[in-house]
Design a protein around this ligand. Structure first.
Ligand code: TXA
Ligand code: MG
Length: 316
């Protein structure tokens, strides 16, 4: 059993394992991350083999504070506004890499930009401070699987590949971080996630922020890979009724009468609660063995935009 309660001693041991080039899964406020020392190319390579990722995508490097960010990349004016508003928290910023940045080229996929994030989870914070190096960490799931929001999810997917899984309980946000490119004159959202598009626009004092939909020539995020979030069961989104043999992913108070497998993301219709429950709910319904999951409509506002993004990918 690789799962260890995230006590001070366990965090110190995890930091040592990371510094020795091993992989450690740890909780963040978004999802569990599969961490490696970002300055160690061999350790970063082990992330890709563990996940079974089909190609080398650039990874987010995690650091404990803005000072550490500034040593690795150039925040710029847009980045400074967003970091002041949302760090520590569920936001990743893509910025120009500083000359002499020690992060391995494999972690940044050879780009001259770097994605950096300051997570708020106390276990992630303590771990990053103890490691004293940037930690590259994609979500701790096998490639193509749903992101893990509990230590048990990580164990099921990657238990054999990690030195340790630090257990910090279920994650609070439940969706990956929002990825924003701040290298240009205007911010561009590369992946919707734990910070809503509206909140990003407010922090920048603009009416709206563009979202790159994987257009050719634009920087693309593997978060945009079509099947990235797929459960095994087929997702039927915007369902108004449940068909025989389906499971039901419900939202809100107005739920169709149903006796089959069912999870309600938020009976009160709270999008934050729904986001936190999304991936665990998909796993639960998937494990009931149904061929399809009927998903009730979710409002496309606030975190609903990111929830619908993940659901649409799962429906392909
Ligand atoms: O919430 C999260 O962000 C989680 C937790 C563990 O922090 N991590 C995560 O990492 O979701 P990952 O590797 O699954 O997603 C990284 C995202 C991808 O969409 C990737 O394309 C984008 O960040 N990214 C990383 N570096 C980039 C770069 N230099 N330019 C453009 N996009 C980049
Ligand atoms: Mg992922």
């Amino acid at each position: 059993m690789a799962i260890v309660e995230a006590t001070a001693g366990a965090i110190a041991a995890a930091a040592q394992a990371l510094r020795q080039g091993e992989l450690v899964a740890f909780p963040t406020e978004t999802v569990y991350g599969l961490g490696a020392d970002a300055t160690n190319g061999r350790a970063v390579a082990a992330i890709f083999t563990a996940k079974g990722r089909p190609r080398f995508n650039p990874l987010i490097a995690h650091v404990p504070d803005v000072a550490a960010v500034e040593r690795l990349g150039r925040l710029g004016e847009l980045g400074r506004k967003l970091s002041a508003a949302f760090w520590p928290g569920p936001l990743s910023l893509v910025m120009a890499k500083r000359e002499g940045c020690p992060v391995s080229d494999l972690a940044t996929a050879g780009l001259d930009t770097i994605a950096l994030r300051v997570p708020s989870h106390p276990v992630a914070q303590a771990l990053l401070r103890a490691v004293g190096r940037p930690v590259a960490a994609p979500s701790a799931n096998r490639s193509g699987h749903v992101s893990p929001t509990t230590a048990a999810h990580v164990e099921a997917d990657l238990g054999a590949h990690v030195a340790m899984i630090l257990d910090g309980g279920p994650t609070s946000v439940g969706l990956e971080s929002t990825v924003v490119d701040v290298t240009g004159d205007e911010a561009v959202i590369l992946r919707v996630g734990g910070v809503s598009r509206e909140a990003i626009a407010r922090a920048l004092g603009v009416s709206t922020v563009a979202r790159a939909e994987g257009e050719p020539g634009k920087p693309s995020s593997p978060g945009m890979l079509a099947r990235h979030y797929a459960p095994a069961a087929k997702l039927r989104i915007n369902a108004r009724e449940v068909k025989a043999g389906e499971a039901l992913l419900a939202f809100g108070a107005n739920v169709p009468e149903y006796s089959g497998p069912m999870v309600n993301l938020s009976p009160s219709g709270d999008l934050i609660e729904a986001a936190a429950n999304l991936f665990a709910a998909l796993r639960t319904l998937d494990s009931s063995g149904v061929a399809a999951i009927a998903v009730m409509p979710i409002p496309n506002e606030s975190l609903g935009e990111a929830i619908n993004d993940r659901l649409r990918r799962g429906a392909k």
